[in-house]
Design a protein around this ligand. Structure first.
Ligand code: PMP
Length: 349
């Protein structure tokens, strides 16, 4: 649909629709790269602090308390951290601050769709660079395109492939001098972060989130880490009071109770190993080794598999026109149920 008031750019955009309108308590959700567990210690801490919260007041406008807690957690200073309503808001803020009309933004793809959407919203030009055939990062092409571009957006580990960039690869992109946005939404599942590169590069913004390994997607808290000068630029365009009191408190408790995240990552890695091994054994699918909490697998019948799984109350991620599907690593029981259902479907194909 189109209204007469739309900016022209809207005709190039679609609403974000990773969610499918299927729900129900018995649905096994393996489509959105969420954590299957809730951090009960965080819920308890929130319950205790709610009555004394000043919900009639605006939060402190610079969000300094939570920024400082995050900074301590990752070993940086408050001035290097900016917090957003999910890392989605951080991506939007990067667009607002740094993308002018016709600025070129290098985006290796397939990857998270929001990067090109935000680029288009700010009238920038997404330069989409296909991943190599084996889904490895197309480093040489990224570097050669970077010469004429302003920004590169790198997702590591990449959604939906699960493949991470090495520090050497990242350095070679950073050395071009382009502004590099490194989205580390899934880095905890890889056990490695590019945060240390910030000590040597001031053209880098690293994005992180509490939505994935910390299991707090519902509370929408993300952040980025960068040089003071880039954080200042972003602060100028970020909406005031962007984060609510509860989301900030929740992030604080999540750091306090980070043992939950550490244990969850450990369990997800075990389940990922099981899931990858089981997929590898099946005829008719080809899984890609992943450093994240999801696995991409190639198949000749993605639509049939997706729909048949859904009939069995298992929701995974379908990509229109692609020869692969993405499955989130859930609990062990969910992974077993997924594999046995997939076996059944493949046998009938
Ligand atoms: N980056 C990537 C690569 C993602 O996959 C997602 C969520 N699907 C996000 C960022 C957004 O996360 P958040 O919940 O922090 O907004």
């Amino acid at each position: 649909m189109k209204s007469k008031f739309d900016r022209d750019i809207l005709s190039n955009l679609e609403s974000y629709s990773s969610e499918v309108s299927v729900s129900g308590e018995d649905l096994i959700r393996l489509h959105a790269n969420e954590l299957p567990w809730k951090n009960e210690a965080v819920i308890l801490a929130l319950k205790e602090s709610l009555p004394s919260m000043h919900i009639n007041r605006y939060p402190e406008v610079t969000n300094s308390e939570i920024r400082q807690k995050i900074a301590n957690y990752i070993g940086f200073e408050t001035k290097n951290v900016l917090i957003g309503n999910g890392s989605d808001e951080i991506i939007d803020t990067i667009g607002k601050a740094f993308i002018s009309p016709l600025d070129k933004v290098v985006i290796p793809y397939p990857t998270f769709s929001l990067y090109s959407t935000i680029t288009k919203i700010y009238s920038g030009l997404p330069i989409m660079i296909p991943l190599n055939k084996d889904y490895a990062p197309p480093i040489k092409k990224i570097i050669s395109e970077a010469k004429n571009a302003k920004i590169a957006i790198i997702c590591s580990p990449n959604n939906p492939t699960g493949i991470a960039y090495t520090d050497e690869e990242l350095k070679s992109i950073l050395d071009t001098g382009i502004l590099v946005i490194l989205d580390e939404a899934y880095a905890e599942f890889n056990g490695h972060s590019g945060l240390e590169l910030l000590n040597d590069y001031n053209n880098l913004i690293v994005m992180k989130t509490f939505s994935k390994a910390f299991g707090l997607a519902g509370f929408r808290t993300g952040y980025c880490v960068s040089s003071e000068i880039l954080i200042d630029s972003m602060s100028k365009v970020m909406l005031p009071y962007n984060l609510n009191l509860v989301s900030m408190k929740i992030a604080e408790y999540a750091i306090q109770h980070k043992d939950f995240m550490i244990n969850s990552v450990k369990k997800i890695k075990e389940n990922r190993k099981y899931l990858f091994g089981a997929l590898k054994e099946l005829d008719g699918v080809n899984p890609i080794q992943s450093s994240a909490n999801f696995i991409l697998f190639e198949t000749e019948n993605p639509k049939v598999i997706y729909e048949e799984l859904l009939k069995r109350k298992i929701l995974i991620r379908y990509f229109e026109g692609k020869n692969y599907l993405r499955v989130t690593v859930g609990t062990y029981e969910e992974c077993v149920k997924f594999i046995s259902s997939l076996k059944e479907i493949l046998n009938a194909c």
